[in-house]
Design a protein around this ligand. Structure first.
Ligand code: VG1
Ligand code: CO
Length: 558
């Protein structure tokens, strides 16, 4: 049974360029006539050969945010119009980003369309987003996202199948014309994956022999609530009080579903007040994570280094597959490099954005990687994975407890610093600043890099070793990504990085990253902001951030 496909004229919209992780704009922008349709069809047309969209199997799902129901219907109509043969959709359109990545790999799908703006707030006046992932389960590389953008600039016609409204609320298989739509359970496959990676018996054993050890997971009313509930309550048998904000809401309860000390303050407060041993949170679409303990905050840069350190001892997946190499994004602290050196592993520094890890993983050269922006993951999928990181940490705690090394998050951190030294790290975000000032600030620095005038200069106690605008040469496909952030590296190894965000939806966001290494044991318990203050002062002086943006203080410090 074939369907009738209507050809509907359309005109291009400006600015449909996918950023660090898909196209993110205000809901109101997506609601404009044919705006979503244009982008979805451009995405379908950009699906790489062989095959393209015709005969493709696509995984579809999102983080539960406002406008997903409408977007699902649009995707169904355009997919049928493009000759897609199968859609695999999470029930009610719910799939966390890591769960979607897993499904693409598991069912050998052509790719997937992810409906998320990640940690950006949701609701009618906030953000929506669409991202395409390719057959390895990872975000589309720049060759594909550039093609999508090119198509959006000239799009003239939409091919819309004349099909009735699709029911995405009921699990089961239906056919519309020649296209099959499988609506599947949102959490089942992901939970199975976690059980194949970690030793759930060991975790249950740990909680049994430490009955007073309390954990609290904050779903932040994003997509991970049902996944966390399934894993912690149903599988590990922990009390329901171990999860909070676990119902996905279209507006995330009015909150900012971003797991950091600012936006996950309810969790932080409860951990301190109630003396909870281990706290964790994930973002709107489930790929980020934050790990805290009583009186302890794990920076994401430390987190990935610590996971790499314990991987083979504490996680069956790595016992079986080995650890083949480590990687981090450029602004992420160098803590993981130190682990790689000690273990004799290859390590890589890639630009910001998870898409850059995929090639290394596919080539078997990277097993564990992370970003300073609360992203941690491994080659079990091709996205960062919030709940994976949380269970990795619980596995480390169970292992360290059994070996009588440490049980608290604080002690695990201190043990790590004793062995490797400490990389103090912080990021300052200046959100919604005027694009003009932000661009001029970066252009000035780029000019100084070109002219060589910063070389060898001293700022306070810091002498510049080198400055550059980070460029990445992918060792696998040889693609080159330039202008990935201004990097100022000092002789003592300290670093200042400045770049503009590629995920914001309004104005510009300036990110300032600072890192300082210490192997002085007396400093290991020091406060991060205090330890970094002299470097931050110099970073502000070098960049003239205040002069260019008019901002005295950052919006968020992580
Ligand atoms: C930010 C982070 C980056 C992350 C990206 C997507 O990008 O810095 O590390 O990969 O968000 O994460 P940017 O360009 O704004 O700095 V997510 O959880 O929003 O998909
Ligand atoms: Co996210």
């Amino acid at each position: 049974m074939s369907v009738n496909v209507k050809t509907v004229p359309t005109t291009p919209y400006e600015g449909q360029k996918p950023g660090t992780s898909g196209l993110r704009k205000r809901v109101k922008v997506f609601q404009q006539e044919n705006y979503t349709e244009n982008f979805v069809q451009a995405t379908l047309q950009a699906i790489p050969e062989p095959g393209g969209a015709k005969g493709a199997t696509l995984v579809i799902g999102g983080d539960g945010r406002y406008y997903i129901p409408e977007a699902l219907q649009i995707i169904a109509k355009l997919s049928a119009g493009a000759g897609v043969s199968k859609l695999i959709v999470g029930q009610n359109g719910i799939l966390s980003t890591p769960a979607a990545s897993n499904l693409i790999r598991k069912f050998k799908a052509t790719g997937g369309i992810l409906l998320t703006a990640s940690h950006n707030p949701g609701g009618p006046n906030n953000d929506f987003g669409i991202k395409y992932n390719v057959s390895n389960g990872g975000p589309a590389p720049e060759s594909v996202t550039n093609k999508i953008y090119e198509i959006t600039k000239t799009i003239k016609e939409l091919y819309i199948a004349d099909i009735p409204k699709v029911d995405f609320t009921t699990i089961g298989s239906t056919k519309v014309g020649d296209m099959t739509i499988d609506v599947i359970d949102s959490t089942e496959d992901y939970v199975q994956l976690m059980k194949s990676i970690f030793d759930f018996d060991a975790l249950r054993e740990f909680f049994k022999s430490n009955p007073n050890y309390r954990i609290l997971f904050d779903g932040m009313n994003g997509v991970t609530g049902p996944y966390g509930y399934h894993l912690f309550v149903k599988e590990l048998g922990l009390p329901e009080s171990s999860v909070m904000n676990f119902k996905p809401l279209a507006d995330f309860g009015g909150g900012h579903p971003d797991p950091n000390l600012t936006y996950a303050h309810d969790l932080v407060e409860r951990v301190e007040k109630e003396g909870i041993d281990f706290g964790a949170a994930s973002d709107g679409d489930g790929d980020r994570n934050m790990i805290i303990g009583k009186g302890a905050f794990v920076t994401p840069s430390d987190s990935v280094a610590i996971i790499a350190h314990y991987a083979k001892a504490a996680i069956p997946y790595f016992q079986k597959n080995g650890v083949n190499g480590l990687a981090r994004s450029m602004p992420t602290s160098q803590a993981i490099d130190l682990v790689a050196k000690q273990q004799g592993l290859e390590h890589f520094e890639v630009p910001t954005g998870w898409k850059f890890f995929g090639n290394l993983m596919d080539a078997g050269r990277c097993s564990i990687c992370g970003e300073e922006s609360f992203g941690t993951g491994s080659d079990h999928i091709r996205e960062k994975d919030g709940l994976w990181a949380v269970i990795a940490w619980l596995s480390i705690i169970a292992y360290a407890n059994k070996q009588k090394l440490a049980t608290s998050v604080h002690d695990i951190l201190q043990l790590h610093y004793k062995q490797y030294g400490r990389n103090f790290f912080s990021r300052y975000d200046y959100e919604e600043v005027e694009s003009k000032g932000a661009n001029e600030m970066v252009e000035r620095l780029q000019g100084q890099i070109k002219s060589g005038e910063l070389k060898g200069k001293t700022f306070g106690n810091f002498k510049i070793a080198f400055v550059d605008d980070f460029e990445y040469n992918d060792p696998i496909d040889k693609s080159v990504s330039s202008n990935q952030g201004v990097r100022i590296v000092f002789e003592d190894g300290s670093r200042v990085i400045i770049r503009l965000s590629g995920t914001g939806s309004q104005g510009a966001t300036v990110r300032l990253y600072v890192e300082k290494y210490s192997n002085n044991a007396a400093e290991y318990d020091a406060d991060t902001q205090k330890a970094l203050k002299p470097l931050i002062d110099q970073a502000l002086a070098i960049s003239q951030l205040k002069e260019f943006t008019g901002r005295d203080t950052p919006t968020v410090i992580t």
